[in-house]
Ligand binder design. Sequence first.
Ligand SMILES: [Fe+2]
Ligand SMILES: [Fe+2]
Length: 500
Amino acid sequence: MNQNIYAVVSKLTEIALALSAEKNKNKLFDLILMGARELTHAEAGTLYIVEGDYLKFEIIHNETLKISTLNQGQFPSIPLKENGQNNDRMIAAYVANHRKTVNLADAYQAEGFDFSGTRAFDEKNRYHSESFLTVPLINHEDNVIGVLQLINAKDEAGKTRPFSQEEQLLTEALSSEAAVALTNQQLIYGLKVMFESLTRVIAEAIDEKSPITGKHCKRVPIIAHMLAVAVGKSEPARKFTDDQIYELDIAALLHDCGKVTTPVHIVEKGHKLQTIIDRINLIETRFEIIYRDKIIEGNLADLPKIKEKFISDINFLRESNLGKESMSDEALKRIDEIAVLSWKDLSGQLHPLITDDEKYNLRILKGTLNPEERKIIENHVSMTLRMLSQIPYPKYLKDVTEIAGSHHEKINGNGYPRHLKGPQMSEQAKILAIADVFEALTAPDRPYKEVMNLSKAIAIMSSMGKEGHIDPHLWEIFLKEKVYLEYGKEYLKEEQLDIV
Ligand SMILES: [Fe+2]
Ligand SMILES: [Fe+2]
């Protein structure tokens, strides 16, 4: 071996260490090719990765031509098979299919392989490809995952020479290191993609479960992400790392996952009397029964008056049932008065026109939820906390539970469920809390709800900032960096964009 053995071993070790540490796929490709070229004094090289039945051209180096580039589609993939047979014409496919190295002193003199692509490349670039060392990348599971091709080994005078036997052995050793590193990288990346897809599936399921909240779980992450990026733009010293932003993305996708446990009829409660069905129809039917009994009893003279009153009562109850306006004392009294009426069943037994539970719900002062139902809705955050805390996260996602589970906390400590105060919340949690409210206010696709303009949403949230509901400083950045507009232009209706 004409290379200093110590230098070679330390180079190999250095490359192996770098390979196992590198997380970025493209940098890994570069590292492998660079390392192999250094070991063999090769002027040029290419790395292919197996993708289905093809060898995908990933990266090319050529020192003379000053090329060092990832394949952005300019180089086509090589088919491993042709008409069901091994594609043995192409040297890279041959090496992958037969799992063995091919070492050629001069490609132009070699027989059996199709080098027309190389010739065309040489002609176009006024280059001369001569010696070729093509090695399969075989991983620890004995799978061929790629092919490494080195071109034009150079002697000390800079003249092209064949690759030596030692260089072939070294390259083969490096290739198996590289194959393991690439496989690990693919596995880690695959798991990451799978976990992210799972979180998206959960978010989608929650959105699907409650059409009343539109695409909330899909859109909150978009707003949170935009605000997190805006923080870095506005104050470079507070810029979040990529990992921190990714952690926020995942937390935002999962923030309402606890809603899987919330009964649909409560999540979806659009009217006060709604359970699985809207009980206003039952009450109307009972009115009918009472009225028909009056006809049967034969007090015909009073009927028009009774009919008129019943119709007016039904209309009043229908209106109250919507929960659009808050209930006045007068309205509450009227419900009690109507509830006094009763109807008779087949066995002659009397029942109230409005049951106690119906009365309780109709008397809800504001909105459609009674206090118990409100508790159940609020419980979704506790469920989010409980569910997410059971996931064993990798280090870069360790705060997902904390971030997701704090989205209803307020800076002043009046939020839920843990009544955290500002200093107890992470910056990411505060961002998520803002995104959650902003999406809810501006959602353009919620039934029972009028579409709100940006100016109104911003006015509401600005006063929330002053009252300590949301972080005023982050809210300022939201405004200053025009996050509302960046989001609004893509996701809101044109008519909502009343400030530019
Ligand atoms: Fe929530
Ligand atoms: Fe939410």
